[in-house]
Design a protein around this ligand. Structure first.
Ligand code: NDP
Ligand SMILES: O=C(O)C1=N[C@H](C(=O)O)C[C@H](O)C1
Length: 266
């Protein structure tokens, strides 16, 4: 049995994760970490009637991590608080599985150092959906043959960070194969600032935010007389849950930080 704490249980991902943990035979939801409802049980929180009558809600992460006997923290919050939760969990010997996006390179470096010092596992996954991981790997492979690429990520309009964690990870993987190149016309000029999107080593990332969307990304490569488009769509947050489950199982046997599920899948 793996004892789990979920941070951000009332969020869109947090709710899906609570359901996944409850449905997984060898997982036990030991507690949740919320910024409201401290002192209650989960079944007393709006939207959880009938679920988690034995699952305490904590508002204070220190109190939660020092009181609850947990193996794994699943964090699905915001980068600011997710970073603090992750550092604190590691300090208490609890292995973090972090889906929260928006961490800076400095944040990742700090977490990598802390994980190494503690000698326990930590997984930070910008995207838990297997289709999205394949999209990133296919895009990295295609980058061996195409120098010019633009990433178009499309998300629901409640998303806080832009570009998405997936788009940044995709650009990082592509950059392992691609020589830095400023794309487009040498003299191109934006007549409205931002028209050409974010610049990652000369490749462009465009962020669309619209109600109705969940999580979607196209990686478009261009060459002479042709384009190649690699696209992934998440239509339901259930698409992320098998990746969260695999991450919880895997982090139990790690002694270092893994950034990206492509590193733990065959
Ligand atoms: N890795 C992956 O595959 C995926 C990652 N994500 C990422 O997961 C994160 C959560 O996404 P999503 O569920 O859509 O977002 P939501 O906004 O729906 O949920 C975030 C939750 O975090 C809580 N929260 C915010 N600030 C604090 C705080 N200071 N202390 C404690 N809790 C806090 C919010 O509480 P309140 O309701 O009170 O604001 C909310 O319940 C995002 O970073 C997103 O990018 C999303 C989908 C897939
Ligand atoms: O906020 C979201 O919804 C998502 N966030 C992650 C990201 O930033 O890449 C993963 C997925 O795209 C959904």
């Amino acid at each position: 049995m793996i004892n789990i704490i979920i941070a951000g249980p009332r969020g869109k991902m947090g709710r899906a994760a609570v359901q996944m943990v409850q449905e997984t035979e060898h997982f036990h939801l030991a507690a949740v970490l919320d910024r409201k409802n401290g002192g209650k049980y989960l079944n007393e929180v709006d939207g959880f009637a009938g679920i988690g009558s034995d699952v305490p809600v904590y508002e204070d992460h220190e109190e939660c991590f020092s009181t609850v006997e947990a193996d794994v923290l699943i964090d699905l919050t915001t980068p600011e608080v997710g970073r603090i939760h992750t550092l604190s969990a590691l300090a208490h010997g609890i292995r973090p599985v972090v889906g929260t996006t928006g961490f800076s390179d400095e944040d990742l470096g700090e977490l990598r150092t802390m994980t190494k010092d503690k000698g326990i596992g930590c997984i930070i996954a910008p995207n838990f959906a297997i289709g999205a991981i394949l999209m990133m790997k296919f895009a990295q492979n295609a980058a061996k043959y195409f120098d010019d690429v633009e990433i178009l990520e499309m998300h629901h309009d409640q998303k806080l960070d832009a570009p998405s964690g997936t788009a940044i990870k995709t650009a990082q993987l592509i950059s392992e194969e691609r020589t830095v190149k400023k794309q487009g016309h040498a003299n191109e000029k934006e007549t409205i600032p931002g028209a050409r999107g974010a610049d990652f080593e000369g490749m462009r990332i465009h962020s669309v935010r619209l109600p109705g969307l969940i999580a979607h990304q196209e990686v478009i490569f261009g060459g002479e007389g042709q384009t190649l488009t690699i696209r992934h769509d998440s239509y339901d947050r259930k698409s992320f849950m098998s990746g969260v489950r695999v991450s919880v199982d895997t982090v139990m046997n790690l002694d270092h930080l893994v950034y990206g599920l492509e590193n733990i899948l065959d």
